[in-house]
Design a protein around this ligand. Structure first.
Ligand SMILES: [Zn+2]
Length: 226
């Protein structure tokens, strides 16, 4: 991803190095607020990648799971090894409504390529409100306690790769990662296709850039979804 300043731990992009300490770590990571150890993304949530994710998730083009899963693979540093791939679960009611869990579909081809098992050890116990209109702190309290472990011993001592399609504030994956860490997971890395670039100068730029035909077509059909 093209940015000059990143938190060395959660990889949040910044417009300058002011929020980073001497070790290149941001204040949220320093205070242990993220819940996960690190976060990898293939790219930013804009342009073609955003279009593809929309087609996959909202227009339900399931064959995209394979090529998108390959993009996920490319976002993992070569020296990293994991014991278990865990997709962020949907609440059963939303899964029923959508017909599939996008994170689960992405996780399968990825886990196959890594030679690692996909685990459904995480369960979403609460159907949380849609996060779109909430502030970062509201998002964190909205999803706090939304996940539970099906088997309390299933992740003990393991290095977990937690999969979702998009990372926005990190509140959802943070809540999921916290549950995995409480279950004794040794390391929790978040892997998403795309990360929302929340730097102010980029937000205004990407708003102008999303006017591609596919985006306008899909955004009509998905209004109010998620
Ligand atoms: Zn950080």
């Amino acid at each position: 991803m093209a940015a000059d300043y990143f938190c060395s731990q959660c990889r949040t992009p910044f417009i300058n190095d002011a929020p980073l300490d001497d070790h290149g770590v941001c204040s949220r990571c320093r205070s242990g607020l993220t819940g996960y150890d690190t976060a990898y993304s293939f790219g930013y949530y804009e342009g073609v990648l955003k279009d593809l994710i929309h087609l996959f998730k909202y227009s339900r083009i399931e064959p995209l799971a394979q090529p998108l899963g390959n993009l996920l693979l490319r976002a993992i540093p070569l020296d990293q090894r994991f014991d278990l791939v865990v997709p962020v679960p949907l609440h059963w009611r939303r899964r029923l409504w959508r017909g599939f869990n996008q994170a689960e579909l992405l996780a399968r081809p990825l886990a196959h390529r890594l030679g690692v098992t996909v685990s459904d050890v995480l369960r979403r116990s609460r159907n949380t409100e849609t996060q779109a209109s909430l502030s970062p702190s509201e998002r964190r309290s909205n999803v706090a306690g939304a996940f539970v472990l099906r088997n309390p011993n299933a992740v003990r001592g393991l290095r977990i790769l937690l999969i979702d399609d998009v990372l926005t504030t990190g509140a959802t994956v943070g809540a999921a990662a916290t549950v995995l860490r409480h279950g004794g997971a040794r390391h929790v890395a978040v892997l998403t296709l795309a990360r929302v670039d929340r730097r102010p100068s980029w937000a205004s730029r990407s708003a102008e850039e999303v006017a591609s035909p596919v985006t306008s077509l899909t955004s009509q059909s998905v209004k109010g979804a998620k």
